[in-house]
Design a protein around this ligand. Structure first.
Ligand SMILES: Nc1ncnc2c1ncn2[C@@H]1O[C@H](COP(=O)(O)OP(=O)(O)OP(=O)(O)O)[C@@H](O)[C@H]1O
Length: 603
């Protein structure tokens, strides 16, 4: 989690004044995918109408042309043909123009809806609770963001619009055919039903293959990301070939699954053309048998040909729908992430440092997928912890004891499975979540260095900071000596993720940024982790003794400087095992003394 909360859903928020319970969810309206498309409903209907009209023009063109050719063979006067000639020209021009309009309006809607949807998915991913975000932000999330969201375009352009046009045009063809030769109507009806059955059968048969394609794509995305992001580690550990081979195997499995889908598509299309030809022949045969004249026979047969052709896209639409439905559902699931709840009348936080109280807090993360553990990992198990305003408290404990989760709970970044959090004496839920996020923040383990100058990275925390404040924060974080040694000082440009800085320099920059923010509750998660022990202890001492500042919750593995902390909290398996002053804790046998002795031994 990034304590700086760079990403938020503010731009797309909707007021949910009618939500019950005094609080209202914040963010985009629920309703998932359709709510992103609904604003463009008029354009979508226009695209549908244009598509239907284009198909009808095509039908009219063939029917009028058939009539014209057959009638011309009877050598009537020119006047008897003039209307049909105009109609043929009109239908031909109309078909082209309307098809163009349909494509224009359809793609316009699809692209607008995609842009809207991408923003919403991005918002939803950014507010996904910590437990779930770990899985979502991997390669799988990348697939969802890109391929799954793109699939929505296909639902509109390749499923919905062709299906509407097919149904209307098939029905119109049936009417024209039945008017030309009444007995031919049921024959054409039979052909149309056969195509619909073929479409459904193709979609059902292709469902499993489409599911395999989607699953293989996901696996390939995750493996590709592993190979790209972990390239250096893979080379160091000599595992590059193995990982590349696994990614290659994934790509081959995807290819096989896609071939299966393509083969089925070819079979369904071939069968569709066969039905089309047979239907036209059968209609002509029935028309001749019914004693219709050659004009009616030509009109009925060619209309049947076009009507079935118009319905043929149903097969590919149904198959594509089967393929994109899982993507549609996955994006829907991401969008269904409940937005943080915001009180109807948020209470302002009191000024100055705030007290923090965690009462019976329980936090459970879903067990990592693929771990085989199933269920959940309990990170905090009924934790009670109160920190008075302005106090500087160190939180220590073995790895996995729940220290970082305590910080995430205090800043409201993680969902509680039980208990409550009080800030400044009031339930934190009565405050605006954005205000809480600004008031309770600092340095998290996965804080990010942005591409830009060192100065810009620091000012991100407090754009209005003076040069003096900048220098003080940098000095406290031992960043000043780093800045002075850089070629362009504060204006030195660093790459995304701190590229161009050493691990320790990056850590100092992130700490300086957190100190510059100077919030009412400062959270620092292992701020000196990447530094040598002497500097780490110096910085810890500085953080615990610096004048001013807010309430401090400092997670650390270094105990040497904790004599300066107002209190040390020792955590074990999601609970507070011990708490008190450093000296008092050392005086009794217990986990703190064990940690201390382990540190001495390591030193
Ligand atoms: N996103 C997550 N998904 C699943 N489990 C998680 C997640 N984050 C933390 N956990 C689990 O919750 C427990 C507490 O994690 P936490 O990060 O709070 O421990 P910690 O004391 O800060 O550890 P460390 O000192 O190693 O940073 C651990 O068992 C961890 O595996």
């Amino acid at each position: 989690m990034n304590g700086e909360a760079m990403v938020g859903g503010g731009g797309r928020e909707a007021a949910w004044a009618s939500a019950p319970g005094g609080t209202a969810p914040r963010g985009p309206a629920r309703g998932g995918m359709w709510s992103a498309i609904r604003p463009y409903g008029v354009r979508l209907v226009a695209a549908g109408v244009a598509g239907v009209a284009a198909e009808l023009c095509g039908l009219g063109l063939v029917a009028a042309a058939a009539w014209l050719i057959a009638r011309a063979a009877q050598q009537p006067t020119m006047a008897a043909l003039s209307l049909a000639i105009v109609a043929v020209r009109g239908f031909a021009v109309g078909k082209g123009a309307l098809r163009y309009l349909e494509r224009l309006a359809g793609h316009d809607v699809a692209l607008r809806a995609l842009a809207e949807l991408r923003g919403r998915v991005f918002d939803a991913l950014s507010r996904t609770p910590a437990g779930r975000s770990a899985a979502l932000r991997e390669g799988d999330a990348l697939t969802r963001m890109v391929a799954d969201v793109d699939a929505v375009q296909d639902v509109l352009l390749r499923c919905l619009l062709p299906a509407v046009a097919a149904v209307v045009c098939g029905g119109a063809g049936l009417v024209v055919c039945a008017v030309a030769v009444p007995g031919a109507g049921p024959v054409l009806g039979g052909g149309l039903v056969a195509v619909v059955v073929l479409a459904v059968a193709g979609a059902v048969a292709g469902g499993r293959a489409a599911g395999r394609v989607a699953a293989e794509r996901r696996v390939l995305a995750v493996r590709t990301l592993d190979v790209l992001e972990g390239a250096e580690d893979l080379v160091v550990f000599g595992a590059r070939e193995r990982f590349a081979a696994a990614a290659g195997e994934s790509a081959r499995r995807l290819e096989r699954a896609e071939r299966a889908v393509a083969a089925l598509t070819a079979v369904v299309s071939g069968a569709g053309f066969l039905v089309q030809g047979l239907t036209a022949v059968a209609v002509a045969w029935v028309a001749v048998g019914a004693g219709a004249d050659e004009v009616a026979v030509a009109v009925a047969a060619l209309t049947a040909l076009v009507a079935v052709e118009a319905v043929l896209p149903l097969a590919s639409a149904a198959q594509r729908l089967r393929e994109v439905l899982p993507a549609w559902r996955r994006v829907g699931a991401v969008l269904a992430t409940p937005p943080p709840r915001r009180p109807r009348c948020p209470r302002p936080l009191p000024p100055g440092p705030l007290s923090v109280e965690l009462l019976g807090v329980r936090v459970a993360y879903p067990a990592p997928s693929g771990s085989g553990a199933g269920g959940e990992v309990v990170a905090l198990d009924g934790l009670d912890l109160s920190v008075e305003r302005g106090r500087r408290v160190a939180i220590v404990g073995a790895s996995g004891a729940g220290k970082s989760t305590v910080l995430a709970v205090a800043s409201g970044e993680v969902e509680l499975a039980g208990g409550s959090v009080l800030l400044g004496g009031r339930e934190s839920s009565v405050h605006d979540p954005d205000e809480v996020r600004l008031a309770v923040r600092g340095l998290t383990q996965d804080a990010h260095v942005f591409a830009g100058t060192v100065r810009a990275n620091l000012l991100l925390a407090r754009p209005g900071a003076t040069e003096g404040e900048l220098v003080t924060a940098a000095r406290r974080a031992r960043l000043l000596e780093v800045v002075e040694a850089l070629p362009q000082g504060w204006e030195t440009v660093v790459g995304a993720g701190g590229h161009g800085l050493s691990g320790g320099q990056r850590q100092r920059l992130l700490l300086a940024r957190a100190l510059l923010a100077d919030p009412p509750v400062l959270l620092l998660d292992e701020p000196a982790e990447a530094l040598d022990p002497v500097t780490a202890d110096e910085i810890t001492r500085e953080l615990l003794t610096m004048p001013g500042g807010g309430t401090l919750l400092l997670v650390t593995h270094r105990l040497a400087a904790l004599g300066h902390a107002d209190e040390v909290v020792v955590m074990e398996r999601g609970r507070v095992a011990q708490r008190g002053r450093h000296e008092a804790l050392l005086a009794v046998a217990g986990p703190y003394r064990d940690l201390w002795e382990a540190e001495l031994l390591a030193a």
